[in-house]
Design a protein around this ligand. Sequence first.
Ligand SMILES: Cc1cc2nc3c(=O)[nH]c(=O)nc-3n(C[C@H](O)[C@H](O)[C@H](O)COP(=O)(O)OP(=O)(O)OC[C@H]3O[C@@H](n4cnc5c(N)ncnc54)[C@H](O)[C@@H]3O)c2cc1C
Length: 507
Amino acid sequence: MLNDTLKKQLGQYLQLLEGDVVITASTDDDKASKDMMELLNEVEEMSSHIILKEASLKRTPSFTLSRPEEEARITFAGVPLGHEFTSFVLALLQVSGRAPKEEQSTLDQISKLDQPLHFETYISLTCTKCPDVVQALNLMSVVNPNITHTMIDGAVFREESKDIMAVPTIMLNGEEFGSGRMTVDEIVAQVGGGLDTEELNAKEEFEVLVIGGGPASAAAAIYAARKGLRTGMVAERIGGQVNDTAAIENLIGIKETTGPALSQNLAEHIRDYEIDVMTAVRVSDVNKVNDIVEVELENGAKLTSKTLIIGTGAKWRNMNVPGEEEYKNKGVAYCPHCDGPLFEGKRVAVVGGGNSGVEAAIDLAGITEHVTLLEFGESLRADAVLQERLASLPNSEIITQAATKELTGTDKLNKLTYTERHTGEEKSIDLEGVFVQIGLVPNTEFVGDKVARNERGEIIVDRNGATNVPGIFAAGDCTDQTFKQIIISMGSGATAALSAFDYLIRH
Ligand SMILES: Cc1cc2nc3c(=O)[nH]c(=O)nc-3n(C[C@H](O)[C@H](O)[C@H](O)COP(=O)(O)OP(=O)(O)OC[C@H]3O[C@@H](n4cnc5c(N)ncnc54)[C@H](O)[C@@H]3O)c2cc1C
């Protein structure tokens, strides 16, 4: 079941087990059960701390992990290989008693949750953002006995997951709770935990307050802290868009990495410094009052700082056509790397003929039955090499001058209607998925007209990252910098922090 490299790695990890772990497996004669037992037998052979038992559980094949004499709170339904192998290994270590790496404040917030919370997460083994959710919910189950979590591989439990059109999809106590990548902090905030407003209000004034958790903000916060400045960071989530990226091959000095791995590295690097990190909370307003910046949070709390660095990045642009909102996660998707595998053998469309749209179409042509690429303009805007590659694929079609008008369906999307712009004729395509690839919008609405923005909503900065308001700086994809890339965002975050330091020593 495991190749020699994986076996070796697993053997090393299993040496870190701190106590006994009971694995209770539910099996039948199917191949998936046999694969699961092969994996579990190998694990049992590798460590004397593993006790393997069999019993009948709610789903077959599945297995639970528990400490001896304790009720099991973590279940894997399916075989946790692929991207979930790490989730399995981490769960073994945490159930054995090994301390998790999370901030103590996060662990305290999890412990305080006093309602029974039974989570189930539908995943696919090729999904790169699913392990984050599985690991977050497993951790919560280890920390708090009120919480249980079951990972369900949709490919094994097809009937049960037939209506799931995006992974991960998280259910809480039988109701849909969320989909897409979520961090522990976000989940805790959504179930009623989260940062305490009074504690936030009581915080001392910062010298540098950074808003955002992507590469720009991480660089800004680390640079500010290294200057010995009292630094705070308010971020909806650490990693930003990097979380949605599969492979990264252009972060110079690191030949190849993945989005989740880089996010994890950013979080660990931030943790090495005295930075007051406040996650799973959004900023809703910014005001400069008598040389001090006041920052309001969506939970009503207020923070103050001598300087502010805005690094709030960007998010996928919506088409804003009827049906887009209604069919989100029921056919409408934005991340081809993440959700592409769910459309295996189906007919899909990609809206947008720039580099990301054409790349998405090429990607999807390898998985789906057929891809139609719709471009609003007269020709595609992607690099010639990408256009040629797409045109060479037999199961793809390119339609230019197409204005998407409406998405319709029943409980799931089944039709896209567009207007042929040169004839005015209305046409439709029968399909099951639409990937929207029409660019990004900056996350800057919250600054309103208090900081100057251009017509695209990007914050206008000079070459030092300074905005039109003294003491307020901005960096990364939320600014009018020409190119939007990780390394560029990190550089601009560092520049903004050094400029804030310069501002502070002069004021
Ligand atoms: C699918 C995909 C693939 C990509 N691939 C690559 C690649 O291979 N190489 C490369 O160099 N670049 C790539 N990029 C671009 C790169 O990810 C971005 O340029 C980079 O992440 C921008 O960093 P940032 O810190 O400016 O913003 P972001 O990464 O967008 O981070 C912004 C942060 O701010 C938070 N935030 C937003 N609003 C608020 C608020 N009101 N309050 C608090 N927090 C808030 C967000 O949650 C987020 O944490 C890719 C982007 C995408 C979407």
